[in-house]
Design a protein around this ligand. Sequence first.
Ligand SMILES: [Zn+2]
Length: 373
Amino acid sequence: MTDDLVLVDQHCHGVVAGDLDRERFAGLLTESSISTNSFDSMLGLAVRRWCAPQLGLPAHCSVDDYLQRRAEWGWRRVSSRLLGAAGVRSWLVDTGLSTPDTPLTEPADFADIAGGEAFEVLRLESVAERVAADEVNVADFLDFVENEIRDAIEAGVVGLKSVVAYRTGLELPAEPPTDVEVAAAASAWLRWGGGRLDDPILLAWLVHLGARLSAELHVPLQLHTGFGDDDVRLHRADPALLGDFLHATKSTGATIALLHTWPFHRHAGYLAHVFPHVLVDVGLAVPYVGDRAGAVLAELLELAPFGSVCFSSDGYGLPELHYLGATLWRRALGRLIDEWIADDVMTAADGERLAVNFAAGNCCRAYGLTVPA
Ligand SMILES: [Zn+2]
């Protein structure tokens, strides 16, 4: 039932625009910043099982054979094969994670390689840090940040994203800080030359600004929650901490997308249950948990209303992650729906409707994209 589903990926990043040696490939196959044998994991097994045949190798081939084929083909051909095979029509690309050390493809180049269409999602903290780097005064800083976000949406950005979970955590106040508080915090931060934005008042201002613009301009505000690299303090990334913020934004017209969510996907499911303006996904977790993806998805669906669940891969750097995000999600959902139909939990028509909405329909409606026919 899910093999031919057209997917819309709510959240991913570009792929590394260059060839990778064994160490760099292994480094991108884990959320750890310390070099580990990342092949020896559920994700490593999934790469050998599912990605190898896409590169013309037998399933479960050795890591050496896999990396050798990758080197022979080059990053562009490998990316084109894996992204093309993911069955994704539209990719919503978070452009805030490209660094000089690890340059990622820009959305247009990514779309070219993948053979689909790509839309940009704008990271709020990156905007603030970029504006601060221009040595602006406080009054201009606040206006410039808002104007830059508005201009980007006008120019085609389809969503906003915050990584406040990585900075001060998700326990956001119900109300935005006052103008006086924001001006004082901005003044202190700018005096030190900006840099990484870690100030709790400025971050609260920024996320509330994102929610206000989400309501006004109809672009969802994505929040990183749960699992991520070791820069996150996991207990501060629990979406349950967003209770006050979600109460405050529930009737404003804003849409809040909780990304990743694992291991708090049940908390996220509950939040989507009580707050109709909340979307949820289990991107990132799906490729990492490999064969356990079905269990994670089933737990999310215990409470999450079916209209709130979106697909995302959170692929980053390696096209293997985009491909596995799609392939394992498709497989897990298909098995789950087949099981529910067999157990008379739902009809085949119910299963069909649920699958197409999770795959693309819910996301397209929230982000103003055309729903696949
Ligand atoms: Zn991401």
